[in-house]
Design a protein around this ligand. Structure first.
Ligand code: ASP
Length: 613
């Protein structure tokens, strides 16, 4: 049995039953539920309650008819209580109970009695309710899938009937977890003097790298609002207005292609602070994450190391490295090139990783791995392996080109020892590094190094300020255009803009980017210079961001902030990548809500009114 912990607010006490599946809220909170229709909830009664007369309300999950006895499982969000009906003592009531269908809404009254056959798997498994009165509060159609911890319904069907899926214990726990996180965020930030302030949803587009969702304005024909990709400019304006510590748990909208960890509307914990430098922001929000882990998971996180973007790319091929394991990427150019193997000689980069203790990989496993790197998503032409045998010799796929001594040199560069397997990729540096990053993660998974009970946080800092799109040649802000350059790099913005580092940071845990932010520009001319570097004309910059630049002229304090992906944090705390399971009413992969059937066409009349027809 997992026992929960008291939260900062001390509102309730929680625990999970043996299946780890149902969240039960006891004590204070439970007694607050007392109403005309129930004295207790369905997860609350224990042997201490034996002999008490109680009332419960809930949904009928399952019924079992054993001839002389009928048992019903009554469910609510707190648990399940077994209801017992005895044919001998009350035949009419027993008959009534037998006729009830799944998901009927019932109210029952009765006496708590000891169960003859106890169920140790259930928190209420020692007792049952000997029902003396049964009221059907509402009937139900037969639900299209079973509403139990494991449902028999397919994804699409459960999305269509999300209101029923949400009755299942795992989803109820996910949303309760989300609630506890939100509460802990508010407690921590409020105690650090942050004010929660709402910003508008109907705004003008803010460039954060995605497409905007737009809303036509009836009163301003031919004009459109955009839904915020984030409250970025508003939170900066709030700093100028003197609200030196702001936060908001806020919906953001981005019209992007969807993946498991993306939704067109998602929630951020959005924060901004005035009169701070980078280290102040990092300390405060490292504190927030530690607080969430202690409060909600009962775990103490270590201090977060910091890693420069360049180092992350060099060692892990990725700006959000999973540090639960090492297996760093090694550059093998000097150990491999100039020895007559054309593939390596022609490559910009030859990169290797050392899979510890995997020297026994079979031919079949290596072939499978080679196929894996050749998949279009990874895009490599092949994979070279070097096995470091137990006897100190080497066996590789490039034995024709390298002597044992030369293979030993490569192994040394990778700090390999007997029994290890080296995997080598080569080609264009950027693509090969990216592929190697994927291969490292894949091997980490195959070798069981991605321990789900381990959390490896870090800050990635010193990102490039700008990046060049390889295809179009256009320059973009890597974070967003309001991010300042590192103080020591500011001068370079005019001369070598692509070398400038940003005063930006990301919080990463286990390879997931949970949040990111920056110290902002708070000076008009610096902001103008940034827009210039991004290829905006003066007029374009003025038309889009004149309001912000104007505000900079009225005493803008130095400021910076961060935003966290709240859905991602909830999913990480729940132990999955799928944020959808932590959102009450999510969209599917095509951005549709299949329950309400949106998006949907609008009438011609509505279009006319909006000036769209
Ligand atoms: N607005 C940024 C984002 O949504 C976060 C920040 O810079 O505070 O990623």
């Amino acid at each position: 049995m997992r026992i929960g912990f008291n939260h900062a607010t001390n509102l309730y006490n929680e625990r999970f039953d043996n299946e780890g599946s149902r969240l039960i809220i006891l004590t204070k909170f439970a007694t607050q539920l007392k109403s005309m229709l129930r004295t207790h909830n369905c997860g609350e009664l224990r042997s201490e309650n034996i002999g008490e007369q109680v009332q419960l309300s809930g949904w009928l999950q399952r019924s079992r008819d054993l001839g002389g006895m009928t048992f019903l499982d009554l469910r609510d969000r707190y648990g399940i209580t077994q209801l017992a009906f005895n044919m001998e003592s009350n035949a009419a009531l027993c008959e009534q109970a037998r006729k009830l269908g799944r998901e009927f809404v019932l109210q029952v009254e009765g006496k708590v009695i000891e169960r003859t056959s106890k169920n140790a798997q259930m928190s209420t498994g020692d007792i049952e309710l000997e029902v003396s009165k049964l009221t059907v509060l509402n009937s139900s159609k037969v639900p299209p899938f079973t509403i139990e911890t494991e449902s028999d319904g397919g994804e699409e069907l459960r999305m269509q009937y999300r209101f029923l899926d949400l009755r299942r214990a795992p989803l109820q726990e996910n949303l309760a977890l989300r609630h506890r996180l939100a509460l802990a965020v508010r407690t921590y930030l409020s105690s650090a003097s942050f004010l929660e302030i709402e910003t508008p949803y109907l705004i003008k587009s803010t460039p954060e790298g995605a497409r905007d969702f737009v809303v036509p304005s009836r009163m301003n024909e031919g004009q459109y609002y955009a839904l915020p990709q984030s409250p970025q400019t508003f939170k900066q304006l709030l700093m100028i207005s003197g609200y030196d510590r702001y936060f908001q748990i806020v919906r953001c909208f981005r019209d992007e292609d969807l993946r498991a960890d993306r939704q067109p509307e998602f929630t951020q914990i959005d924060c901004e602070m005035a009169f701070v430098e980078r280290d102040d922001v990092l300390a405060l929000f490292e504190g927030l994450m530690k607080h969430l882990f202690t409060e909600v998971k009962g775990l103490d996180l270590p201090d977060f190391p910091r890693m420069a973007y360049d180092e992350a790319m060099e060692k892990y091929g990725n700006d959000k490295p999973d540090l639960r394991f090492g297996m760093e990427i090694q550059n093998l150019n000097s150990a491999t090139q100039g020895k007559g193997f054309k593939v390596f000689d022609d490559a910009e980069s030859v990169l290797g990783i050392c899979a510890k203790g995997q020297g026994e990989y079979s031919r079949k496993q290596l072939d499978a791995l080679t196929d894996w790197v050749k998949r279009p998503q990874i895009g490599m032409r092949g994979l070279v392996y070097i096995k470091y045998n137990a006897d100190g010799s080497f066996k590789s796929s490039v034995d024709k080109f390298y002597t044992q001594e030369q293979l030993g040199e490569i192994a040394k560069t990778c700090s390999a020892s007997e029994g290890d397997l080296l995997l080598v990729l080569s080609g264009d540096d950027r693509l090969t590094r990216k592929a190697m990053s994927e291969l490292r993660l894949e091997m980490g998974g195959r070798m069981g190094l991605k321990d789900p009970s381990k959390y490896a946080p870090l800050w990635v800092v010193d990102f490039p300020l700008l990046e060049k799109d390889e295809e179009s040649g256009a320059v973009h802000a890597m974070h967003h255009p309001f991010t300042s350059a590192l103080p020591e790099d500011r001068e370079k913005l005019k001369t070598h803009p692509l070398e400038v580092k940003a005063n930006a940071y990301d919080m990463v845990i286990n390879g997931v980017e949970l949040g990111g932010g920056s110290i902002r520009i708070h000076d008009r001319s610096e902001q103008e210079q940034m827009f210039d570097a991004l290829g905006f004309t003066k007029d374009e910059a003025e038309a889009q961001f004149g309001f912000l630049m104007k505000a900079f002229e009225y005493g803008a304090p130095p400021h910076g902030g961060i935003a966290f992906g709240f859905d991602r944090i909830a999913a990480m705390f729940g132990g999955t990548d799928s944020i959808r399971d932590y959102i009450a009413f999510p969209k599917n992969n095509s951005g549709r809500d299949v329950m309400i059937d949106a998006p949907a066409p609008i009438s011609d009349e509505q279009k006319k009114e909006l000036g769209l027809a």
